[in-house]
Design a binder for this molecule. Sequence first.
Ligand code: SF4
Length: 364
Amino acid sequence: MSETRHNWTKEEILDIYNKPFMELLYEAASVHRLHHDPNTVQVSTLLSIKTGGCPEDCGYCPQAARYHTDIEGNDLMSVQQVKAQALRAKASGSSRVCMGAAWRNVKDGEEFDQVLEMVRTINKLDMEVCCTLGMLTENQAQRLAEAGLYAYNHNLDSSEEYYKEVISTRGFEDRLQTIDNVRKTNVTVCSGGIIGMGEKIEDRAGMLVALSTLNPQPESVPINALVAVEGTPLEDQQPISIWEMVRMVATTRIVMPETQVRLSAGRTQMTREGQAMCFFAGANSIFAGDKLLTTPNPDVNEDMEMFKQLGLNPQKPFIKKMQPQSVEAKDSQYQALGEKPKWSRPEHKIERNEAAKEKAKVVK
Ligand code: SF4
């Protein structure tokens, strides 16, 4: 069995990415078969539990309050609403629910307590629970772990160099710090990025260096293709081709053999044949549900039809790791500390983000 390496260099990863296509596909599929059942694909449902109004300036994101997009914001959902959606997701084949809130960072208080209750509730449904809530302190990560969280998502988005061209309100090292805080618990790490934001291939390789040299490597790596949304600074980016997507998936599979490689945003732009190539190249997870936070996603029935056509089976929950024990709030060892974390705030401005902000002011 090929070993997991934590010392990949950018040059080595570029060599893999640029291999003749058929050779790349064959190598990735071979690595995939050594480590995974090639006919099993994890199905996760992404739920936006709090939409819009985010203070950050991620250039790809329609939920940033500073850009003028057509997103309908909503306050934090109730535990009952989340439970109902989780049950629906379970009935349609999902083994994992990922809850996303458009926050810069988690703040101790009523809303976080409500999220902890959502985690306990979904864990009791025997589903894997994942959250993506922004930056997190170690104590908050421990509180989520106690509630029964299975995974925490925090994407690196791009290479450290290109990250500065997309987001100015926090730094790459803040992302790594949150991942590190999660790693101090028994919660698994989900971290990936987006391609098609105008980055160079070197940046894609740079992102894979950052992810693959983490030890342990993230248990899940979502690969997103940018969905350019009108009103955001990246609105004019052209969609990437399926060939680039397959190359990225295959390279990710080779350098991170054990991870679940997830096809995430941008699947509506892919044909079924394109997605089949991604599965062959080592993708073994998808996001299901008609929306990915705020951008469109294929209908779940369509996905199940595709699974049937390709002979794929949805992965059962807790195959990779045991179900976490959920501790009731009253028995918690960890208390809210009300910390005010000092995250870095690089003092640089991104011209196209500023331009999108100005444009939004005119439209409003
Ligand atoms: S990606 Fe997340 S942090 Fe960035 S603007 Fe959107 S919701 Fe906020």
